[in-house]
Design a protein around this ligand. Structure first.
Ligand SMILES: Cc1cc2nc3c(=O)[nH]c(=O)nc-3n(C[C@H](O)[C@H](O)[C@H](O)COP(=O)(O)OP(=O)(O)OC[C@H]3O[C@@H](n4cnc5c(N)ncnc54)[C@H](O)[C@@H]3O)c2cc1C
Length: 443
């Protein structure tokens, strides 16, 4: 069985959904092939033991993220504000003044880092960890910076190329807190809304195994079906895209660019309580652990009836804690929350953990990172794609890479490129002399 289209989009995360929505709105014959039995990719929802649906992947956005904000508005989502009132908790505790000093110190390191030109020859070959060692800041500020980077980019700082982090972080330009809002109905419901609009242009449980770029139409193979198109948008993260077979092999620069990435490692845990007990103590529920890197909690209650704390386990810590198993991680988190917020932290009604490490179809989270020290042009090469295959995922976005916002932007860019390429193909087929009709004398 085969079907033929103008554009095939591989992957129904926000990049693929936004690319397909854009193309469909321009009356392009587009089909989206999604490996999983749901849309959303790294935006996903699960139900807890009380039967309540919550985001187990991407969830938050802020006013500076204009695409996702507009999309959430258009689909009538309720903007739940992440609760912030009350005091912040550091573990082990420090005085408020010392806490502010540490935070300011770590922010200053980040700003100093981002002021470096990523192409400055003096940082060639340096990892973030090696650069940090050379800084003369107080140890507590350096430890907080280390924890923040491993918590947000989810790889060991001793491995992340400094130029990559600078280049990436400079594109995350929010001036308000990035966790400002979340859709009370879940971010995942927004992906479902986009999927509903695409209707039967979307096919679930349809994993692409091979893309053949012979002359004529491009052939996209799943295990049981063949799809053909003039253009293909591979809207999956780079590590996952590198697992698709390309025939003939991709040009060397493209395949090298695809292989330069590694996926972040993260787990997201949520504790649902009967009461927001931390508020009774004047606390806002936000906890940063100083004895361990990459662990962070905050209040994630969508309203007064759903008191919830979310905990992120990012970077090397996620890999290390996997060994504990879910029950072990739950016990460790509960113990730490008890120490930070009080004994009530143990009296949760439900706990859920989503382990994104080595996720089969998204590789991990929050995003893939370029980990090859010399792959400075990997992103540009992927963005360029070739004349019939475009790559799109949040990682490749000029704004907010690694976020839902970035995925929407990357999807729209790929759609524009595909439209442009289709127009070019039309133009060249008009210029080319039409094949003679049967019976017509040929010269
Ligand atoms: C735990 C966690 C928390 C996060 N929190 C936030 C947050 O609060 N705010 C925020 O903005 N961002 C957050 N992010 C990041 C955000 O979710 C991602 O940046 C964004 O969703 C990526 O979208 P994408 O379309 O680029 O990729 P993906 O969402 O990974 O989509 C790729 C899609 O392609 C499919 N696919 C893969 N291979 C194939 C194949 N061979 N054939 C067919 N389909 C295939 C996958 O199943 C998937 O659906 C979080 C991520 C995680 C993991």
């Amino acid at each position: 069985m085969s079907s033929s289209h103008q554009v095939i989009v591989v992957g129904a995360g926000f990049a693929g959904l936004s690319a397909a929505t854009e193309l469909a709105s321009r009356s392009i014959d587009v089909v989206v092939l999604e490996a999983r039995d749901r849309v959303g990719g790294r935006v996903e929802s699960l139900r807890n033991a009380l039967g309540e649906r919550f985001d187990s992947g991407g969830q938050f956005f802020c006013d500076d993220m204009t695409e996702v904000t507009a999309l959430a508005r258009r689909h009538g989502k309720t903007f739940a504000e992440t609760p912030l009132d009350g005091a912040f908790t550091a573990q082990p505790p420090v005085s408020a003044a010392e806490g502010e000093r540490i935070f300011a110190g770590s922010t200053a390191i980040r700003e100093r880092m981002n002021a470096i030109d990523p192409d400055d020859p003096s940082i060639k070959g340096l990892t973030v960890g090696a650069w940090l060692e050379r800084q003369g800041d107080p140890l507590a500020a350096k430890a907080a910076f280390n924890s923040m980077i491993e918590g947000l980019w989810c790889r060991p700082i001793g491995e992340i190329p400094l130029w990559y982090l600078i280049d990436n972080d400079r594109r995350i330009t929010n001036t308000v807190w990035e966790l400002q809002y979340f859709p009370a109905e879940t971010m995942h419901s927004l992906a479902d809304d986009l999927a509903a609009e695409l209707g039967d242009r979307l096919m679930l449980n349809t994993a692409v195994a091979r893309i053949e770029r012979s002359s004529g139409k491009i052939k996209v193979h799943t295990s049981s079906r063949l799809f053909e198109a003039d253009q293909v948008i591979v809207a999956v993260p780079p590590v996952t895209a590198s697992r698709i077979a390309y025939r003939p092999a991709l040009p060397e620069p493209l395949s090298r660019a695809l292989n330069a990435w590694k996926s972040g490692t993260v787990m997201k845990g949520q504790f649902r309580y009967a009461r927001a007990f931390w508020r009774d103590k004047g606390l806002n529920g936000m906890v940063a652990w100083r004895d361990i890197h990459g662990l962070f909690a905050h209040d994630n209650s969508r309203d007064a009836d759903h008191p919830t704390l979310v905990v992120y386990i990012g970077g090397p810590l996620a890999v290390e804690w996997r060994r504990l198993g879910e029950a072990g991680i739950r016990a460790e988190l509960a113990r730490r929350l008890v120490t930070a917020l009080g004994p009530e932290a143990e009296e949760f009604l439900a706990f859920t953990l989503r382990d994104w490490v080595d996720d089969r179809w998204s590789g991990g989270g929050y995003s893939d990172l370029i980990m090859e020290m010399d792959a400075r042009n990997a992103e540009a090469v992927l963005l360029e794609g070739d004349d019939r295959v475009q790559f799109a995922s949040s990682e490749l976005s000029p704004s907010f890479p690694g976020y839902v916002e970035g995925a929407i932007v990357a999807g729209k860019i790929a759609a524009e490129r595909a439209l442009h390429a289709l127009a070019e193909q039309d133009r060249t087929s008009l210029i080319r002399p039409a094949p003679p009709h049967v019976g017509e004398p040929s010269r």
